[in-house]
Design a protein around this ligand. Sequence first.
Ligand code: MRU
Length: 362
Amino acid sequence: MNINDIPTRTLRAEPSGNAIEIIDQTALPHLYRTLRIDTLAGAAHAIRAMQVRGAPLIGVTAAYGLALAMQNDASEAALDAALQCLGATRPTAVNLAWSLARMQSRLQALPREQRAQAAWTEAGTIAEEDVAQCRRIGEHGLARLRPLAKSSAPMNVMTHCNAGWLATVDHGTALAPVYAAFDAGIDIHVWVSETRPRNQGLLTAWELRQHGVPHTVIADNAAGILLATHQVDAVIVGADRIAANGDVANKVGTYLKALAAREAGVPFWVAAPRSTIDFACRDGQAIPIEARDGDELRVVGGLSEAGVPATIRQLPADEAVGNPAFDVTPARFVDAIVTERGCCAASREGLTSLYPECSHAR
Ligand code: MRU
């Protein structure tokens, strides 16, 4: 992805091997700023506070967080503590647990003095794999999108939350096919739902604008009428965890879009890499749903009239609010899952047809 015409990734490992640089997503879309992270605590905070967010990027950041911890202390106790600390940051995106399990199995067999270097290298490999997988998701998604292109009007894709470049190391998942289509010269327009309360849709609008992709931001509640009045050709979303039976946990509000899409006969696709599929999770009911702080609803952020970052309280501190961060879309409402290995049905059979090596995972 180009930011101000400069090829940029969401996470950059410093060549010194002692720190990473991330884009502070809590400051976007108003301010583009990077942060340097050189400790385990800094990495854990960045994930928890959503300075980095999106399932794949959470996983990659956690891998680097573990590597930073190993530079400080590579003992067994420190490894356990770092796994514990990072693993507790956000519960729903399984990429976090996947990445930490991979790091653990790479490191625990090694003598202490080799762990820091091996951890840094493995985190880099996970990051590179993420880039390659997202690129391939874009190619497979493009093949699905192409038949929907029209000669006289733009193809309209609806998305939810941010499953774009910002949510991964590069390319994105749900937005990768959109970028691939745009780059292939297809006339495409994206409906971007705001995604209250954290407004990740504003991140989506920001990155689409950076790439020059036509888009329109809508209130979350406008999705239904757009789908019902044939103004959407396909809905593509990302995922935080896909259960073995094809149920999909993604940003809260995804389920409502899936219901409306089915009613309107609009295809609903989920784009995600292998690291988002939890073959050990039987179905959506077993997916832990993160409940976030009520202040995310009580207080809204933005720019003041003077153009300065500011917050406004819209509810008293003691107002009761509920803030589930994700919901589960049952597999029957998902028309296809788009992965780096191709597309499949949202079912155990579909998923294991692409990942036969996981067919015995329980
Ligand atoms: O709470 P967030 O912003 O981390 O949630 C992000 C999403 O729900 C994304 O759709 C999902 O992680 C896929 S990102 C490629």
